[in-house]
Design a protein around this ligand. Sequence first.
Ligand code: ZN
Length: 298
Amino acid sequence: MKKNILYTLLVALSTVVFVSCNSDDLNSTSIFVDSPVEMTSFEQWIYKEYTEVYNIDFKYRMEDIESDLNYNLSPAKVEKSKEMAVLLKHLCLETYTEVTGSTDFIRSHFPKIVHIVGSAAYNNAGTMILGTAEGGLKMSLYYINNIELNDYAHLKKYYFKTIFHEFAHIFHQKRPYSTDFNEISGSDYVTDDWNVAWGPGDAGDVVARKSGFISAYASKDVDEDFVELLAYYVINTEAEWNAIIAQGGEVGAPIMEAKFEIVYNYMINTWDIDLDDVRRVYLRRQSEIPSLEFANLQ
Ligand SMILES: [Zn+2]
């Protein structure tokens, strides 16, 4: 009798496995649908390091369906794609994995698709879009053909601020922060005027700090403010962060500090993540860039 139950159970189990295999075969969103040819060693590396470890698909071949057709975009070069694949894994995914002690955090929360594009996306307002995240499922990163591996300031400004910014949107979308945050800058947010309100470029960021915004873009709305504070904090050394805050002067500095305190406490209390740990690990990993292997992925 026991044997029969076991046998029935085994039949049931194998049926489940079979059915799920079947539905996998019929799944039109399979990541291999577009590449029936043999995988290159780079694609094998992506499968091993991204798909198997984190259940993330790293798409480096630009697909129209994945891109915003309103922009004139060019694909990422394979050499540059390899550099971004290695950098994203080392500086962001593994930073959170090291801090949380498990790959589960990235597996559960990082977008399932990373799509990279060679050029930047420029819009009519003359601003340059470096990254987008759609509903927590896909992160698009632009300007990949301009990566300068030896220039950390460039890597932070054009790529890692964007990556930590976009990932932080997922945190607050899943678990909202306290509305106390919204009240600090209150009606000072300027929405789409963020790129004209403070003047252009890096100088505009410095002007915005005098009104309590870590960057011009942070003045767009509360969510952008929240994620910009988080991103600036983790990619800058303590001295760099203090210098940025000091640019706010007597008025701006205390506003940025008050808002950042809410960001910091939110990450500890809501996600059990100490942003000081994220910063420490990120900066150490940044210093390891010269020893990373980029060339042997073909
Ligand atoms: Zn944003």
